[in-house]
Design a binder for this molecule. Structure first.
Ligand code: ADP
Ligand code: MG
Length: 271
């Protein structure tokens, strides 16, 4: 399996020459994306003309108040939902051109998902949880077991392979979830509040792991977060409000230390 180039059969390369200003290949292009949900006779605008570009190996944060469209944005990038308007191109594939079958293949092979509450299967041990997406992708039992135990080593859990989720701490469960997200060598990992249920030590360990994976596997991460610790360790952050990107900043730069009151409030909600 080649990393960052998992392709869906029959795709049409939409923009294969795309590169970020620094020359790195572009992994995600969101172009003027809007998403409206119908709620009875009312229409809710969850995303309103979002445009952004993410290069391979970037660690991107998405912040914003509750209801601002963060999860919807992850869902349209992850192929869990389709935009009402606009275009999402991932790894050169225009998701709008994929039928539902190809879109689920895209979710399985190109994307890894990490959620706030880990979402492990409680009746499967750590190793079996990591194997699940590989089974769906058609790997043999032996390949699955070997690759899953290698990935549990990568996330520092070689001694926990037979543990059930209930026998693992929150931080350990989230690392199993990261190993599971890596199982089909995705180009992109999407995290929706991945540290939202972790203590600060486990949250720091998770960010250390994300930095290692970016360095060693060139995985790209998009992390929706309220956690200042996560924001501080992203390369670049998009601040979202009312379905729009209102600001983009680089947390490691001086200017970014001056968050707007609203951004501070959005990050304070969990503290
Ligand atoms: P966030 O993750 O920033 O809290 P969401 O993306 O979940 O925000 O939601 C953005 C807006 O879209 C909210 O007003 C929410 O109520 C609405 N919304 C999200 N999903 C749905 C849905 N499936 N049906 C109707 N409205 C939705
Ligand atoms: Mg959300």
């Amino acid at each position: 399996m080649s990393s960052a180039s998992a392709k869906v059969d029959g795709e049409k390369p939409a923009d294969k020459a795309a590169a970020a200003p620094d020359g790195r290949p572009v992994v995600v292009q969101v172009v003027d994306v809007s998403k409206k949900y119908k709620r009875g006779r009312l229409s809710v605008t969850a995303l309103d003309g979002v445009t952004l570009t993410i290069a391979r190996g970037e660690i991107i944060g998405i912040i914003g108040p509750s209801g601002s469209g963060k999860t919807t944005l992850l869902n349209v990038i992850g192929g869990l939902d389709r935009p009402t308007h606009g275009k999402v191109v991932v790894n050169g594939v225009d998701l709008g051109g994929l039928d539902d079958g190809r879109l689920s293949e895209y979710r399985l092979k190109t994307i890894g998902f990490v959620f706030q509450f880990y979402n492990l299967i409680s009746t499967l041990n750590a190793l079996e949880n990591v194997e699940v997406p590989m089974g769906l992708a058609g790997l043999s039992k032996e390949e699955r077991a070997n690759h899953a135990s290698e990935l549990l080593g990568t996330v520092g859990l070689s001694l926990r392979t037979k543990h059930m989720p209930a026998e693992l701490s929150g931080g350990e469960q989230q690392r199993v979830a990261v190993a599971r997200a890596l199982s089909n060598d995705p180009a992109l990992i999407l995290g929706d509040e991945p540290t939202g249920d972790l203590d600060s030590k486990s949250a720091k360990a998770l960010m250390d792991l994300i930095w290692t994976l970016r360095k060693e596997k060139k995985v790209t991460f998009i992390l929706v977060t309220h956690d200042p610790l996560v924001v501080a360790r992203c390369d670049r952050v998009y601040s979202v409000r009312d379905g729009k990107v209102v600001r983009e900043f680089f947390p490691k730069s001086e200017a970014a230390k001056r968050l707007s009151d609203e951004e501070r409030l959005a990050m304070d909600t969990l503290y």
